[in-house]
Design a protein. Structure first.
Length: 462
């Protein structure tokens, strides 16, 4: 019986990661992500799976970002009832991510019902907190670098990906006769020498490779992140207004606070108040503290020990009233709010307040997917649609590529360099032009047979 691999997400786009492996009549789903960004992508979340969820023996997650785990409650609702494997840190971050996503779904349904802006009577959320509770009961955390079998004949091992706390690539062995087939899922590959996160682990040899290509056609600017952030903050302070940072609540927010405190301790930027306006980021920060041994604090050098890195001047904002009160704050100060791509969350309210004023600075702190407000600002828009109105963009908009959690082109090539024995590589998790560019390069430089798969395409692995 052949081994098959089907691509049910992250094809010709950067979201919705889902890969279905089948051998000897058993099925494992690698990642269970939500589509984000363009409306035609988001609508895919509402379509029933093209395979029977009840017949999937296990789900194995690479990390806790919503485009990799956000479909899980819906998948459970569709009939999946077996174990979900993840690293231990992912197991602790997943409840934060999924419950926040459920509340956003519920709030969106209430909003469109109140406005009558829906053809559904009434509009329902994609999933709710009860669905999340059912999904979380299935989580089965395992240790990194230890072989485990979600179901025979599949054996898997997590390897550090360096993208987010708990993130991993997945080394797979399909132990069938007459020989074992080796498959490597990259997950999201992180950056080298990035603050907080260790470098990605050396990639093992494999027969088949599924590799992300988010930045497969371009590199991040070759600039030290501390130097870049120093310049951005000091310019914002000189401008006299607020610095508004659009940051992913899990990952970039913690990284940003760490770097700001370090620069203040080194007297490279002034001591200014920092508002973390995200209950989810606050909860995630507690998880980061639990796993401090898995983080890289090498930037601290001898300035201070990690446990002495206090949060003086950091204001953790929880309630809606506290968030609204920030509207009265005048600069210099920093507001960190999610979501990182400006698709929702408290960042939208702060943008409404701060974008029209030239003294303010808006910092884009990560990848901005096609169809998001973040991409619109990145592309130099003069107006931004917020809450049904066009808001003028007069604030300075700064893209800080050094804050990205994704490997740039050269870093992806560096990660791939040790791999040998590849029969075929599948290039995923990139916009179409980017994925095609990266596939063509790997064909030319490595001699690999590369495919950029289509949605729901299935291939045989021999």
């Amino acid at each position: 019986m052949p081994i098959t691999l089907a691509f049910h997400g992250a094809t010709e786009t950067v979201t919705g990661s889902k890969y279905l492996l089948e051998a000897d009549g058993h099925r494992v789903l690698i990642d269970c992500g939500l589509f984000q960004g363009l409306k035609q992508l988001r609508q895919l979340n509402w379509e029933p799976p093209t395979f029977d969820a009840a017949q999937v023996d296990a789900v194995v997650l690479t990390h806790a970002h919503i485009d990799h785990i956000g479909y899980l409650p819906r998948f459970v609702k569709a009939g999946f009832h077996n174990k979900v494997f993840c690293t231990r840190a992912t197991g602790d971050l997943a409840p934060i991510m999924l419950n926040d996503a459920a509340r956003n779904q519920e709030d969106d349904a209430v909003y469109v019902n109140d406005k009558g802006a829906t053809k559904h009577k009434p509009a329902e959320p994609l999933f709710d907190v009860a669905d999340v509770a059912h999904a979380l009961k299935l989580l089965n955390p395992v240790d990194r670098d230890t072989w485990f079998s979600p179901v025979e004949p599949f054996w898997m091992r997590y390897r550090e990906a360096g993208h987010l706390l708990g993130s991993a690539s997945i080394e797979v062995e399909v132990r069938t006769q007459p020989r074992t087939v080796r498959i490597l899922f990259s997950g999201d590959v992180g950056r080298y020498d990035a603050p907080l996160y260790p470098d990605p682990a050396t990639a093992p040899d494999c027969d088949y490779l599924i590799c992300e290509s988010t930045y497969g056609d371009r590199d991040h600017p070759d600039e030290n992140i501390l130097d870049e952030l120093t310049d951005v903050v000091n310019a914002a302070v000189k401008r006299g207004g607020l610095m508004l940072v659009a940051a992913f609540a899990v990952g970039r927010s913690q990284q940003m606070i760490y770097l700001l405190r370090l620069l203040m301790l080194e007297k490279r930027i002034p001591e200014i108040p920092v508002y973390l306006d995200s209950p989810m980021a606050t909860a995630a920060s507690r998880v980061f503290h639990m796993y401090s041994a898995e983080q890289d604090f090498s930037e601290l050098k001898s300035v201070v020990k990690p446990e002495q890195l206090d949060t003086q001047g950091i204001h953790l904002v929880s309630s809606v009233d506290e968030s609204k009160a920030i509207n009265a704050v005048r600069g210099p100060a920093v507001i960190i709010a999610s979501s990182g791509m400006m698709t929702g969350g408290r960042i939208l309210h702060h943008l409404q307040q701060r974008l029209p004023h030239a003294e303010n600075t808006v910092v884009l702190g990560g990848y901005q997917a096609e169809g998001t407000r973040g991409r619109t600002l990145e592309n130099g828009a003069k107006w931004l649609r917020l809450f049904g109105a066009d808001v003028p963009v007069r604030a300075a908009v700064v893209k800080m590529s050094a804050l990205s959690g994704h490997a740039g082109h050269s870093e992806l090539i560096r990660w791939l360099k040790p791999i040998s024995g590849v029969k075929r590589a599948f290039i995923t998790h990139g916009e179409l032009a980017t994925a095609n560019h990266f596939a063509a390069e790997l064909r030319a430089t490595r001699g690999w047979d590369c495919l950029v798969p289509k949605l729901h395409q299935q291939v045989e692995l021999t």
